[in-house]
Design a protein around this ligand. Structure first.
Ligand SMILES: C[S@@+](CC[C@H](N)C(=O)[O-])C[C@H]1O[C@@H](n2cnc3c(N)ncnc32)[C@H](O)[C@@H]1O
Length: 282
């Protein structure tokens, strides 16, 4: 006899306990992926037998999760603000704290109407640039959005997402090392660059691209390198936003102040951690 939905979930939850902080939720998401059922429908049918083929497929997905793959890579997409992005091992899975970039951008654009150019440096899946373009919608048609990445495989994923979201006319994709070769000037420079220290390796991120994660012995190499570009490319009255590790707040303030002749400050994320490094005019 096969397994009921309830049994399959219970067994998977137990298998996932050692690898996941949310084993029950992971099991549910993977079973929903296989069955196509909503959460409510899944629990309404908890004592129904799972068809053999679905049970096998579920077991394969659970095995991938046990081997360390994230739910986002297994499902192939991740929600970010109001959009869904295709993700695979070519790009970092966008994190919830990065959603705040879009609020910074929308606030700044409201206060600085008129033609503007916004750049998202190290766009990866396209998360920041595409969520911003999506939320601007038919408004602010004089705002141009440029998204860069140094790595072509990441840009391929961004291009796929841009096309799926119907934003090809709204966002330009450019292969570049930081802002090298781009003249700007930019009203907004948004950058979620790699910021982990080289010694911060962890099994939970082992399958994400190293080029999206590590940034030297103190994790600040990319921001250190982008500061002269910010100085060169930011319009007077413009705003730079970078995402950092809270432990980098002091170095960000010191090096930002040494490199730029505009105000530099750090702001906290929703968890209360010093997460965003800003420079320019709020
Ligand atoms: C932390 S990930 C962020 C991805 C995306 N912006 C997000 O928030 O989900 C950093 C991204 O920067 C890109 N990157 C690394 N070095 C770069 C460089 N020198 N110039 C431009 N992009 C770079 C990586 O390929 C990766 O996509």
């Amino acid at each position: 006899m096969g397994a009921t939905i309830w049994d399959a979930l219970a067994e998977a939850t137990e298998r996932l306990e050692d690898v996941s902080e949310s084993p029950q939720l992971d099991a549910e998401l993977l079973l929903r992926e296989v069955t196509g059922l909503s959460r409510a429908a899944l629990f309404a049918r908890y004592d129904t037998l799972l068809p053999v083929e679905q049970h096998r497929r579920f077991a394969r997905l659970v095995a991938r999760r046990v081997a360390g793959e994230s739910i986002a890579y297994i499902r192939g997409f991740k929600g970010f603000r109001n959009i869904e992005l295709c993700v695979d091992r070519r790009v970092l899975v966008p994190r919830p704290e990065t959603e705040q970039f879009v609020d910074y951008a929308l606030d700044w654009l409201k206060r600085h109407p008129g033609p503007q150019v916004v750049v998202d440096v190290g766009t990866g899946s396209g998360a920041i640039a595409l969520a911003l373009a999506h939320e601007l919608g038919e408004t602010y048609t004089d705002v141009r959005i440029v998204a860069t990445d140094r790595y072509f495989p990441a840009l391929e994923v961004a291009a796929l997402n841009r096309s799926r979201l119907g934003l090809t006319e709204r966002v330009d994709l450019v292969q570049a090392d930081l802002l090298t070769g781009l003249r700007g000037p930019f009203g907004l420079i948004l950058a979620n660059l790699p910021y982990l220290r080289d010694d911060q390796q962890h099994h939970s991120i082992a399958l994400e691209p190293e080029t999206a994660l590590y940034a030297g012995p103190d994790g600040f190499n990319y921001y250190r390198r982008i500061l002269p570009h910010v100085r060169r490319c930011l319009v007077p009255g413009g705003l730079f936003v970078g995402e950092i590790d809270p432990a980098q707040a002091a170095v960000a303030m010191a090096e930002g102040r040494a490199a730029l002749d505009v105000p530099v400050w750090v702001e906290r994320d929703l968890a209360g951690d010093e997460r965003y490094f800003l420079a320019g005019s709020a």
